[in-house]
Design a protein around this ligand. Structure first.
Ligand code: HDE
Length: 751
């Protein structure tokens, strides 16, 4: 055991706290046979490559960890008790009057247990109900004191503990992870100046411009109220009815129909604060800023057919991916960047920086990296941490301030308010996951579930009986930026908010041809599900204002003629900026490391054991997750006579669970696998989803049996289909492809 904890970067801090009992990887996750060519028993040990786990915090460094120790419960070696701490003799039977008689009313042990159980559930979040979270830290690169006095940014190398929750928006708590949807990216910084929550999304813009419309948007996208369908999907009439009547949503619709809405992993998506915020320094000077999180692993997505199949094969796909990566020590990392600009600069832009349907192209204001975030610890308990964490846009600290973005202004109210019903009262800030590291001192008292025990008789201010304490912090406290405003009180919108299409077009012209095709396909899919013809046409009429080719492509899929363009909200000719490279996923290929990407090695009797071993080791060494898949679990005989151990079966682990496939050499293996329809379907899906494929020697025949073309439609070689005689001819190339963005060269229309 000692040797294990010394050699495996599993989750050092957890293991240290609880010993081996804390190690609970999902059965079989990241596990491998000791030596695949030589053993028939799987050792359940966790492996991370030497390249992963860089940047992990030394154990105990995360101050939040120590703080939570106070409430962590470890029952190892303990007797079972009631909630009052009374030892329980038997947990099997209720107290009865005679063995076959009625249960006694006085069975307080049974009653306590059932009562608690009856109240286990709390309301789910009204949006972003489905999510997963992890602990980690933010490390600042250099002092930003000229721009902001915000605590996390005031020293080089300073680490601030964080808790981050990723989520889908529309689906309910038990819905699938791979729905086409925006993803939430909410970060709670436990700073030494109090908690700061940066509650963002993986898309830099939003559907609507004003908080007034948020309940309408959510009612439209959620399951339709009369029959409660569809779950976790925007492909239905009420959603498209609403957005087709809200032309301001067009820019966001393009993002939502793009590959960003079906990420490969939470670890492989960007995060954005969306709104314009203010940074304020200690001289009370302020600049505007936008926050960007950029994943070190790059931005990668699924393809639609894969996302749909994953919904059935593994509804927890993203949750599992995040959990397993962290358990294995392949800690996900993001770089935080800011776009900083002045109010004077903002006035020059053709769009309004207070409009959350607009982004600022990086060509206009570059993104400056300011620090990195590492997630290095899974929660101990899903409910206590992931479910009870309460993010609020109103949680800001000195040095950060709001802008007047009318969507942000509404959010400042909504998040605090929603926790009161979700978490049962006003004291949700005392839940351990929500409590700031900085001690709380004020005169707020009582309320449901109060934890703290304030001392003394003074709960008011000013007071003399407590010497005036707690006293106001003055310049050391939060002061709002004193923005001068001389305006009428009106219900209305600024003029430039009427620009609904220029940035939708900017996004479109910044996409690669493959990305553009995916957008067209997504619109076709969603609108085909819409039952009302007029709604379909209205959506396409919005798209005509973005790009005719886009609109025509969608219209063709719907079998309708190209409609007239939707009327514009303004006669102003808003300029379209030149294409912006950072708007295409291709701009973020990542660092090329495998970082937990999963590779299936299909095995059957007669397989070339040596090439399996070499391949396995090579993938593992780069931080990937190789898995031997057989026709069934258990021993497989290699050509040398040695026994391999199939860790999974092709029958139960379909292609979509893997990022790539390798077919080792072996005449017999090719024959054995060719007789299995599931194997051929596995290979077709790998091909269809544009994943790297490697076939060695006799196994090349399997590709032909599966009907997989050797070349692309234009006759050129397929760059990600490696059919070779010997493993050495392609090993390097294959491993590199697994860590690279997918090539969509194989895609044809129709697919
Ligand atoms: Fe949210 N949003 N939102 N939202 N939002 C919630 O708060 C709301 C918006 C976002 O992992 C709720 O605790 C309003 C934009 C994330 O716990 C609720 C408006 C962005 C999460 C709420 C918006 C977001 C939420 C539901 C428009 C991206 C999940 C439960 C005025 C910048 C946080 C809860 C987590 C959650 C309201 C718009 C992101 C009801 C009123 C824009 C990531 O308070």
């Amino acid at each position: 055991t000692d040797q294990l904890s010394a050699s495996i970067p599993h989750n050092p801090s957890k293991a240290e706290e609880y010993g081996e009992a804390a190690r609970c990887p999902y059965t079989g996750a990241f596990s491998l046979p000791d030596s695949p060519a030589a053993t028939s028993s799987t050792v359940n040990e966790t492996v991370a490559s030497p390249k992963t786990g860089e940047g992990k915090a030394p154990a105990g460094e995360n101050r939040m960890k120590g703080d939570l120790d106070r409430v962590r419960v470890d029952s190892a070696g303990q007797m079972l008790t009631t909630n009052q701490g009374v030892n329980v003799a038997s947990n099997q039977d209720s107290l009865k009057i005679g063995l076959r008689g009625p249960t006694a009313m006085e069975d307080f042990i049974l009653r306590e247990k059932l009562t608690h159980f009856d109240h286990e559930r709390i309301p789910e979040r009204v949006v972003h109900a489905r999510g997963s979270a992890a602990h980690g830290y933010f490390e600042n690169y250099k002092p930003l004191t000229d721009l902001t006095k915000a605590a996390p940014f005031n020293e080089a190398g300073k680490q601030t503990p964080v808790f981050v929750r990723f989520s889908t928006v529309a689906g309910e708590r038990g819905s699938m992870d791979t729905a086409r949807d925006v993803r939430g990216f909410a970060v709670k910084f436990y700073t030494d100046a109090g908690n700061w929550d940066l509650v963002g999304n993986n898309i830099p813009v939003f559907f609507i411009q004003d908080a007034m419309k948020f309940p309408d948007l959510v009612h439209a996208v959620k399951p339709e109220p009369h029959f409660g369908m569809p779950q976790a999907s925007s492909a239905h009439d009420t959603y498209w009815d609403f957005v087709s009547l809200m032309p301001e949503s067009t820019h966001m619709l393009l993002w939502q129909m793009s590959d960003r809405a079906i990420p490969r992993s939470y670890r492989m998506m960007q995060g954005f604060g969306v709104h314009t915020f203010r940074l304020v320094n200690d001289k009370n000077e302020s600049v505007f800023c936008k926050f960007h999180w950029t994943p070190v692993a790059g931005v990668h997505s699924l393809v639609w057919d894969e996302a749909v199949k994953l919904g059935g094969a593994d509804p927890d796909f993203h949750r599992r991916d995040l959990w397993e990566a962290i358990e294995a020590g392949a800690y996900p990392e993001w770089e935080l960047g800011v776009q900083v600009f002045t109010e004077a600069q903002a006035e020059e832009f053709s769009f309004d920086v207070l409009d959350p349907t607009k982004l600022i192209p990086e060509e206009m204001v570059p993104v400056t990296p300011i620090g990195k975030m590492v997630l290095n610890r899974n929660p101990d308990n899903f409910f206590a941490e992931t479910e009870q964490v309460a993010f609020c846009t109103a949680h800001i600290i000195p040095g950060i301030d709001f802008s007047n973005d009318p969507l942000l202004q509404g959010r400042i109210h909504s998040y605090l308010d929603t926790q009161i019903s979700r978490l049962g009262g006003v004291n949700f800030h005392e839940l351990p996951i929500n409590a700031p590291l900085k001690p709380v001192h004020n005169n707020q008292r009582d309320g449901m579930h109060r934890q703290s025990i304030p001392r003394g008789r003074v709960a008011y201010e000013p007071n003399s009986l407590a010497g005036g304490c707690p006293f106001q912090a003055g310049m050391q406290g939060f002061t709002s930026f004193p923005e001068t405003i001389t305006e009428d009180k009106v219900r209305g919108r600024p003029e430039k908010f009427a620009d609904h299409y220029s940035q939708a077009r900017l996004f479109w012209i910044s996409q690669s041809p493959a990305e553009q095709q995916h957008i067209i396909n997504a619109f076709r899919f969603e609108l085909t599900r819409v039952q009302t013809q007029a709604i379909r046409e209205r959506v396409v009429s919005l798209l005509v204002n973005v790009d005719e080719e886009l609109a025509a492509g969608v219209a063709a899929g719907l079998g309708i003629a190209l409609p007239e363009a939707a009327p514009l909200a303004s006669s102003t000719d808003f300029p379209v900026p030149p294409p912006s490279t950072a708007l295409s996923e291709q701009h973020f290929p990542g660092n090329g490391m495998l970082l937990g990407r999963r590779v299936a090695i299909l095995v059957a009797d007669g397989v070339d054991g040596d090439s399996v071993q070499t391949l396995y080791d090579a993938i593992l060494a780069e931080g990937g997750v190789p898995r031997l898949l057989g026709l069934q679990l258990g021993p497989v005989k290699a050509d040398s006579g040695a026994a391999l151990d199939a860790e999974g079966s092709i029958e139960t682990m379909p292609s979509v669970l893997f990022d790539a496939v390798a077919l080792p050499d072996g005449k017999l293996v090719a024959e054995n696998l060719a007789a299995s329809g599931q194997t051929l379907e596995f290979l077709r899906d790998q091909y269809r989803h544009c994943k790297p494929m490697l076939a060695i020697g006799a196994s090349q025949q399997l590709l032909q049996t599966a009907g997989i073309p050797e070349t692309l439609v234009d006759g050129s070689p397929d760059p990600t289909l490696l059919a070779v005689n010997a493993l050495e001819d392609a090993l390097q190339n294959f491993v590199q492809l697994v860590g690279s963005p997918r090539s969509f060269a194989r895609e044809t229309d129709p697919p």
